[in-house]
Design a protein around this ligand. Structure first.
Ligand code: SF4
Length: 459
């Protein structure tokens, strides 16, 4: 092969991203770096010179999926680098599960290890000579559709919830410098992002680790603190007419200060608050953050401050030792708190979690039966809250609209986060001149509900 041909054929990296939105942002960082250095990506294992698998190690199903994917990549390609949460997990006899199951992988790293992954790539697939740095957009490469993006503000977590092994894999909370976070947000908005999803393990704790240090953005001082960050993000979003949505917010008292920003429309009146349970004794056994707060009162006060507020949450049914009375407390909470969107897992032991040592493990049938009962109540609440939307006109961000929406499309209102909440099914517009475009907003008159979704007529 001549030198010219060699330069033209950029080395190809296959990439598989498994796991949660937080893992997705790691994948985006790695892909951005690969692209900046001139590597190409391959959609198939066989077509790649090397494969990177970003894994998830949170629940047993995810571990299996990750290990299976690594196995497939090894069988079809042979050169595999593993990164992500599973990479940080110990095996049965050694300190690394991935190497134990798949000894032939080239390298294994934990999560948030872009540089280590790049070092491994360089070692096994040398960098091309002519990096196409200029071709990489300032905001990096995004795996999510162009019009929405996840913004990770911190890594790790200072809590030690007994059912969770994330802190043992990812370590204590490390907040990203506020200037870097805002710079990334601005680049995302400038590259066309219309919805920014703020993610972390504990968004309300942003800046605790650096004692809310003052950072700088555009020469202005900004505190590394949730309220200041959220306000600055809202101000950056405004000229682009874009949305800012907050995930993983624990109900600490200081979150009250964010509600006025929602009421004035700076950020979406939407909070993803992972309550997990309501009964104080269960919360204590779970060692949950903010378990001592009066969550019901806090929620009522939030709704008073911002009546449009949507609350999404996740819960665990059948935690070890959960009595029928404690479970009833949870059902009452969901009804009284009027949780708009609720997800529920039947408790399932995670290898290495402290909760496995708690007495009173419930039989699988009881855990599953409670989950089903929970979902029945949660769905009633959610459906009833959704029905209040009928007749309203809502702003909808269009996610899909084949043929410019002549046959309708699918979008989401402020009440729906991508991938986890419902959608708004958009009917074909009555007005012939009306077009729907992916990544743009349309107004829609809500005409009906359909399960978790709404049906809207674009206007
Ligand atoms: S807050 Fe609890 S559940 Fe969430 S990451 Fe930290 S330890 Fe895990």
């Amino acid at each position: 092969m001549s030198e010219n041909t060699a330069a033209a054929a950029a080395p190809k990296v296959g990439f598989v991203s498994l796991g949660c939105p937080k893992a997705l942002t790691d994948s985006e960082l790695i892909l951005t770096q690969l692209s900046a250095e001139g590597y190409a990506t391959s959609k198939t294992f066989q077509g790649a010179d090397l494969v990177i698998v970003n894994t998830c190690g949170f629940i047993d199903d995810a571990v299996k999926e990750s290990l299976d994917t690594i196995g497939e990549a090894l069988a079809e390609n042979g050169k595999v680098i593993v990164t992500g949460c599973l990479g940080a997990r110990a095996g049965e006899t050694t300190d690394n599960m991935v190497r134990e199951v798949h000894p032939s992988v080239l390298a294994v790293t934990g999560p948030h290890a872009t540089q280590e992954v790049m070092d491994a790539v360089h070692a096994h697939l040398p960098k091309p000579h002519d990096p196409f740095v200029d071709l990489v957009p300032a905001a990096g490469i995004k795996l999510t559709p162009r019009h929405y993006a996840y913004l990770k503000i911190s890594e790790g977590c200072n809590h030690r919830c007994t059912f969770c092994i994330i802190p043992s894999m990812r370590g204590d909370l490390v907040s990203r410098p506020v200037g870097d976070v805002l710079k990334e947000a601005r680049a995302l908005f400038e590259s066309g992002v219309k919805e920014l999803l703020v993610v972390s393990q504990d968004t309300s704790a942003y800046g605790v680790d650096v004692k809310y240090r003052t950072g700088f953005f555009d020469g202005r001082p900004v505190k590394t603190r949730m309220l200041d960050l959220v306000r600055a993000l809202g101000e950056l979003a405004q000229p682009h007419g874009a949305w800012v949505r907050l995930h993983y917010v624990y109900p600490y008292p200081h979150v009250d200060e964010v509600l006025p920003l929602m009421a004035e429309g700076l950020v979406l009146p939407y909070l993803d608050v992972p309550f997990q349970h309501s009964h104080p004794d269960v919360l204590r056994r779970m060692k949950r953050p903010a378990s001592g707060e009066r969550n019901l009162e806090r929620l009522h006060a939030w709704r008073e401050a911002c009546p449009e507020l949507i609350v999404r949450s996740t819960f665990i049914a059948g935690f070890p030792g959960e009595t029928e009375e404690e479970f009833q407390h949870l059902l009452d909470f969901v009804r009284e708190a009027q949780i708009d969107r609720a997800g529920c897992f039947a408790y399932s032991p995670v290898e290495g979690a402290a909760a496995n040592e708690l007495p009173g493990m419930l039989p699988t049938e009881v855990r599953e039966e409670r989950r089903a009962r929970f979902m029945e109540v949660a769905e009633q609440v959610s459906a009833q809250r959704l029905r209040r939307r009928v007749g309203a006109t809502m702003q909808v961000l269009v996610d899909s609209a084949p043929g410019l929406g002549r046959k309708g499309g699918v979008g989401r209102s402020y009440a729906d986060a991508p991938e986890i909440d419902g959608t708004v099914r958009l009917l074909p517009p009555e007005k012939l001149s009306k077009q729907l475009k992916v990544g743009e907003f349309t107004k829609a008159r809500i005409v009906a509900t359909e399960g978790h979704d709404l049906v809207g007529m674009p206007v």
